[in-house]
Design a protein around this ligand. Structure first.
Ligand code: AHG
Ligand code: MN
Ligand code: MN
Length: 340
């Protein structure tokens, strides 16, 4: 049934309609995602007050990534953990902010796992630039009881749901359960998410490229040549415009809506960026599912499809090239040493 943009369709209604597409569904995934939506509303309220509450700035901790943890990172992480550990549908979790797998409360284990980045783009919180939450959901691989790390280390192609919440000029949830991508906007006056972007498709032609050009001196030659090609007007078309927010969710969302390509490639200088900066489990893989469901592509800079990568660690990093199909195809040509 064609979804039409109408204030009447809530995310709860859409989740139930998605469920109907899977006759074997028990309603567990619907319930899980509904609890995640509640976490999103709680985080959104806090993010939108960040300047007023004592929630800006650093928490004084550093995480496994060696990054300074912001107070809002901690708040978002706690909020999602609390909702998920007692929803009764999760057997184990992985969070960017936690070194090890997070169990559900004893007796509340279920048949799914969730990996999440509780607050993506944290360095932007104190400067009032949009940030987000990214989530990835798999069916458990083990048979029952507390989940294991093996339940979390599954290929992106076996995700049953993925998406993100973006806390920007409005708060939106964009998600897929494998039958297309839908966007919902929070109406804070009633505390409900309403369908605002039915059947999202990423435009094939692209307007924007997103990459942190401060690292250009460390890029491999093919990466450098590709970005220079996008910026050049010598190819008989308008050069791309540069847009780089520094929040993956925000850069990704803009490209999903307008068309574009985001790159966080390997670099050859810094030892901690031999695989880029972004994490497979809770950044690259969920956004790869969303972009492919919207008609785009997501690969590494050595041509591997993100959704085909067998994870080996909860916080494993991968180079990420993601966005409009035409642009990712072109990037791959350059990265194979070819030129148009
Ligand atoms: P997080 O805040 O969850 O650590 O993620 C930040 C990531 C991502 O959101 C963004 O694209 C990237 O870091 C920006 O990195 P640089 O500052 O190196 O460009
Ligand atoms: Mn992140
Ligand atoms: Mn984060």
């Amino acid at each position: 049934m064609a979804l039409v943009k109408r204030k009447g369709i809530t995310i709860s209604r859409q989740l139930l309609d998605d469920q109907k597409l899977h006759p074997e569904a028990t309603g567990a995934l619907t319930a899980l995602l509904s609890d995640l939506v509640v976490a999103g509303k709680i985080i959104s309220a806090e993010v939108n007050m960040a300047g007023l509450a004592d929630i800006l700035g650093q928490s004084g901790r550093t995480n496994i990534q060696g990054e300074n943890v912001q107070k809002l990172d901690v708040f978002a992480n706690q909020t999602i953990k609390r909702r998920m550990e007692q929803c009764g549908h999760i057997c184990v979790m992985a969070s960017e902010e936690e070194d090890d797998p997070i169990p559900s409360l004893p007796g509340y284990e279920g048949n799914y796992t969730i990996a999440f980045d509780p607050l993506d783009g944290s360095t932007n919180i104190d400067v009032n630039v949009s940030v987000g939450t990214i989530f990835s959901i798999h069916r458990r691989a083990s048979s029952g009881g507390p989940g294991t790390v093996a339940d979390l280390l599954q290929k992106g192609s076996s995700q049953v749901a993925a998406g993100y919440i973006i806390y920007g000029s409005s708060t939106m949830i964009v998600y897929t359960t494998g039958s297309g991508v839908h966007g919902f906007t929070l109406d804070p006056s009633v505390g409900e998410f309403f369908l605002s972007h039915p059947h999202m498709r990423i435009p094939d032609a692209s307007l924007y490229y997103s990459v942190n050009e401060a690292y250009a001196p460390y890029w491999f030659d093919d990466t450098r040549d590709f970005v220079n090609y996008l910026k050049s007007d010598a190819n008989g078309r308008k050069p791309y415009s540069a847009r780089y927010i520094g929040s993956l969710v925000s850069d990704f969302h803009r490209n999903l809506v307008k068309g574009g390509i985001f790159l966080y490639p390997r670099d050859k200088k810094s030892s901690d960026k031999t695989e880029g900066k972004l994490r497979l489990l809770y950044e690259a893989a969920p956004l790869a599912m969303v972009v492919e469901q919207a008609g785009g592509r997501a690969v590494t800079d050595d041509g591997r499809r993100i959704l085909d990568i067998e994870p080996t660690g909860l916080h494993q990093r991968v180079p990420l090239i993601i966005g409009s199909q035409h642009d990712v195809d072109l990037a791959e040509l350059f990265l194979r040493g070819g030129r148009p």
